[in-house]
Design a protein around this ligand. Structure first.
Ligand code: NAD
Ligand code: DAU
Length: 353
């Protein structure tokens, strides 16, 4: 059967990408989904083991920084759409090694834009280049207010600066070359398959293994949390119904101070692990703050809600329980990750805290 659309998803072996790939492969059996991923420390094909043999799915190991690889790939397959998630995604790593973020997030994105532009130059009909971005490009909020699509960019970490750079380039390719692009800027995701360098899976694992729970600074920074499958559903909506050239903000309308979130996780896990209430909280350890730590992110997602009808489906209590249950039930997933390269990084970052 000829597929009705061929979609290239980059970064599909990572956290959010794996949920997007699974959603598209299951929901659109008449599409063919190509998952292009370099399998860096953050890429894990185990995240997709349930769909790896589906006839409408192909995994392609490759690096978006490799121009020759991309040009050969785009020569052999006529893609109708690109959903671009591949990135270096962790703020702390961007402070330790900014160069990798410039290479993948900026140069890699330009390579992909060039490959798509080159392939689509004679026929833009029905084509779409979708860049998945972050709310961090807008900088940091005080105690009041929300990021909207017109908030001025003010990135403050090497990670967010690299994502802002790639957003600007995607828009520039639309204005200069007519490339049919859409961009979404999303708040903090949580859920299954998230690499345990990020706050929620790190805290779950440390509570479970009785390790210190590192809270940066005083734990007063605020993040707006969204369940990853709700983000994947938003990506499906924007890919199919978003207007070319537009940006949409995606958020959970669900703000938590880090310390309140960590305490909430402690209390849920005390019950699940049969501990005395209050026991896990004793593991909390206030550590040196992240350099340049943004105080608060909060998204106004009324545009995508009003124009495209998307909204978060899962309430945070349910999402957090579901997430904790998944990590507790998938201990071997965590163990494999912790026994490899991540362990060395983890030691380096946290041994003395
Ligand atoms: P992740 O780190 O879990 O996954 C990134 C994936 O990209 C990995 O599979 C990795 O192997 C792959 N990759 C990295 N460099 C590559 C390269 N040069 N070539 C090909 N593949 C490469 O990241 P995530 O948290 O799933 O984030 C995915 C995207 O969503 C990123 O663009 C990120 O900026 C954006 N985003 C993330 C969040 C969040 O809360 N995690 C929120 C908003 C936006
Ligand atoms: O807002 C969207 C962004 O959310 C995405 O673009 C990024 O890819 C994603 O990593 C995430 O960035 P954050 O820096 O907000 O996520 P992280 O999980 O690293 O940290 C969440 C908050 O918790 C942040 O205020 C820092 C704090 N923190 C984090 C870690 C890892 C701690 O207090 N202790 C920790 O050990």
């Amino acid at each position: 059967m000829n597929p009705s659309k061929k979609i290239l998803i980059t970064g599909g072996a990572g956290f959010i990408g794996s949920h997007v790939v699974r959603l598209f492969v299951n929901k659109y059996p008449n599409y063919h989904i190509y998952n292009l991923d370099a399998l860096t420390y953050a890429g894990n094909l185990e995240n997709l083991s349930d769909i790896q043999d589906y006839p409408n799915y192909t995994f392609l190991k490759g690096n978006i920084c490799d121009v020759l690889f991309l040009s050969k790939l785009f020569d052999t397959a006529e893609f109708d759409g690109v959903i671009h998630l591949a990135a270096e995604s962790h703020v702390d790593r961007s402070i330790a090694n900014p160069g990798a973020f410039i290479e993948t997030n900026i140069l890699g994105t330009v390579n992909l834009l060039n490959a798509a532009r080159n392939q689509w130059k004679n026929n833009l009909e029905g084509k779409r280049f979708y860049h998945i971005s972050t709310d961090e490009v807008y900088g940091s909020l005080g105690n009041e207010g929300y990021f909207t699509e017109t908030t001025a960019y003010d990135p403050r970490s090497p990670y967010s600066a690299s994502k802002a750079g790639s957003d600007h380039l995607v828009r520039a390719y639309h204005h200069t070359f007519n490339l049919p692009v859409v961009i979404t800027n999303c708040s903090n995701n949580y859920g299954p398959n998230q690499f345990p360098e990020k706050l929620i899976p790190l805290i779950i694992n440390n509570i479970k293994t009785n390790k210190a729970l590192p809270v940066y600074g005083q734990g007063l920074n605020v993040r707006d949390w969204l369940y990853v499958e709700d983000h994947a559903a938003a990506i499906d909506t924007v890919f199919h119904n978003g207007t070319v050239g537009q940006t949409y903000n995606i958020g959970g309308n669900n703000e938590w101070k880090n310390i309140d979130l960590v305490k909430k996780m402690c209390s849920i896990m005390d019950v699940k692990l049969g501990r005395q209430i209050g026991e896990s909280e004793k593991l909390i350890s206030y550590v040196t703050d992240r350099a340049g730590h943004d105080l608060r992110y909060a998204i106004d997602s009324s545009k995508i809600q009003n124009e495209l009808g998307w909204r978060p489906s899962l309430d945070f209590e349910q999402g957090l329980e579901k997430t904790i249950d998944w990590y507790l039930a998938n201990e071997s997933w965590m163990q494999k990750i912790l026994s490899g390269e991540y362990e060395r990084y983890y030691d380096q970052m946290y041994r003395n805290r």
